[in-house]
Design a protein around this ligand. Sequence first.
Ligand SMILES: [Zn+2]
Length: 225
Amino acid sequence: MSRRVVLICGPPGAGKTTYAHTLGLKVYDVDDPHWTGEAEYRAAIAALANTPTAQAAVIRSGATATARHKAVQLCGATETIVLAVDPSTCADRVITRDRHHHHRELAAITAWWSKYSSDQSEATQPAQPAPRRTKTPRTHRSTSLRDRHRAAIKRTGAACHLCGEPIDYKLDHKNPRSFVADHVIPLDHHGPDTLANKAAAHRACNAAKGARLIAPIVRRSGTLD
Ligand SMILES: [Zn+2]
């Protein structure tokens, strides 16, 4: 089996741990109580860089391209996945997880999105607007779940999670570069029809993906030859 170390980044509540567990790899999460702290965790993921048989998913915040690059170097990641989940979804999840002690995590979500930067290969893109935390207006209550999910993803201004290229959200739906909400884990693979399981994609990339099970790889990097 070839070495595989997947770096998974995103704000609190993005679903990094849940996603990591779907990969069938050993999950390294600093929040796991068996680590005594950041130092021990860092040492463990640094050891992965020198393990030729490593099969691991490493969870980091990685809001900036620089932070992700450092993490790639540290653990020798073969792939990087950024779960750029919109802040309102993240906030709903952290509040559900802990009704009383979520304030730090909410602050961390805001901080993540304010620092978020894409990597060098995406550097020519126009800056993505910082998504605002907006409540769905009451007038939208009658719209379908699908439309609400589309709107929520659109608000993030996210790049295509399949090819990493920006999306012009104004393009007509007949345009192959136009926006579609892609099921990350396809419905055919029992992926849920939830916002958490949807990500922005180009119509053409979505069509090429079909119902194959593929990860939202924003960027592959750090391959050690
Ligand atoms: Zn694409």
